[in-house]
Design a protein around this ligand. Structure first.
Ligand code: FAD
Length: 338
């Protein structure tokens, strides 16, 4: 039977490790739990939030509503041919456990997304991406519970409207669906994505032959573990800001104040690394109490121990203001502020 707990600490449910309390917390382990939840929340509109691993969230205050947390587990191959396999994973499965499951079976497509923290259920919501790949590249479909009608629906690629770190679940479907499981179609044929310079460099420096998805998986885990702080020891949410995509006119203005600013063509616009702008404004390694900017990567805000969500948020405001003052563009947060 579904248990709804009251006044729960969210400290262990967010990768920043900040303290916040939720009025109510429902852990969904089975389809029956999910259906029971819908019957319990029908009635006056209730403030609710779906929480995975909390690896992309910053709680700036207590949550006066119901947190819905999926613990739907299990990974299985549900269809296959000589060329491909379709693998389905429960939304509560750790994303990296799922990637490892596929890599161990020589299924190609997700290896570049190794070691991204969080759950399978959040992957399509965020359209997670790294090292020249996005989850949408292999996404097939997902099953979700309609939190209003209680129906279980299947949504396909076009329903989800994937974009850079974005999907329909962040706008038109927000609060509507609890994702229960996700299916990916993976290739049995060797197909390596080595477009990203860091991967090629790592393989070359370490004299590793890119033989299969396992070697890429291992390379990416090593690169990530050397660059990114482990949130289990230093609280963080990965990249806190998104890389701005700006017009040619905005790019010209930036180049007029900083002719070295790196930029990349992005379908007629320009993408500029937010980390560069933040570092140039002197924030890398900055610390204010227990809130700070990681000294190896300016895009990562960290909690040295006892920072509150509000302190981390306030630091992010100062960074946004300072980048805007010099470059005239407003950084957007990738982390979700709750
Ligand atoms: C060290 C570090 C490195 C990172 N590197 C990357 C990276 O390389 N690339 C990248 O894309 N991200 C990266 N991230 C961000 C984060 O890992 C991803 O956003 C991840 O998908 C978050 O998963 P989560 O389960 O913690 O989701 P949460 O943070 O709990 O939730 C994220 C969103 O998904 C929704 N959601 C979660 N579960 C469900 C569900 N079952 N049904 C419906 N909605 C749901 C939530 O409501 C919320 O809107 C990094 C984070 C950290 C801490």
């Amino acid at each position: 039977m579904l248990q709804i707990e009251k006044n729960i600490s969210l400290k262990k449910y967010n990768s920043f490790g900040v303290q916040a309390y939720a009025d109510a917390f429902a852990k969904i382990e089975t389809i029956d739990d999910a259906k029971e939840l819908v019957s319990k929340i029908s009635g006056p509109p209730l403030k609710k939030l779906i929480l995975g691993g909390g690896c992309n969230m910053l709680f700036v205050s207590d949550y006066n509503g119901l947190i819905i947390h999926s613990k739907m587990m299990g990974i299985k191959v549900i269809d296959q041919s000589d060329d491909y396999a379709v693998v389905e994973a429960g939304s509560g499965v750790e994303w990296n456990d799922f990637v490892e499951f596929c890599v161990e079976r020589d299924l190609y497509g997700l290896e570049n997304l190794a070691a991204i923290p969080g759950t399978v259920g959040a992957a399509p919501v965020q359209n997670i991406g790294a090292y020249g790949a996005e989850q949408k590249d292999c996404f097939l479909s997902l099953k979700a519970l309609d939190l209003i009608s209680g129906d279980i629906v299947e949504l396909n690629y076009s329903d989800c409207r994937f974009e850079y770190r974005m999907s329909a679940f962040k706008n038109i479907f927000a609060d509507k669906y609890l994702i229960l499981s996700v299916c990916y179609k993976l290739s049995k044929t060797k197909k390596l994505n080595l477009n990203y310079k860091d991967i090629r460099q790592y393989l070359e420096t370490n004299n590793i032959k890119a033989e299969d998805c396992r070697s890429i998986y291992k390379a990416i885990c090593s690169i990530r573990y050397s660059k990114l702080p482990d949130y289990k020891s230093i609280g963080n949410a990965g990249s806190f800001f998104m890389n701005p995509v700006i017009t040619a006119a905005e790019m010209d203005r930036i180049l007029s104040v900083d002719s070295d600013a790196p930029h990349f063509n992005d379908s007629g616009n320009y993408k500029i690394p937010a980390a560069y702008l933040i570092e140039k404004r002197g924030w890398k390694g900055y610390r204010e109490g227990d809130a700070g900017v990681y000294d190896k990567h300016a895009l990562i805000l960290i909690n040295y121990g006892n920072a509150s969500g509000r302190q981390i948020f306030d630091l992010s405001e100062k960074i946004i203001d300072s980048v805007r003052a010099k470059y005239g563009i407003t950084l957007k947060r990738e982390a979700i502020i709750v």
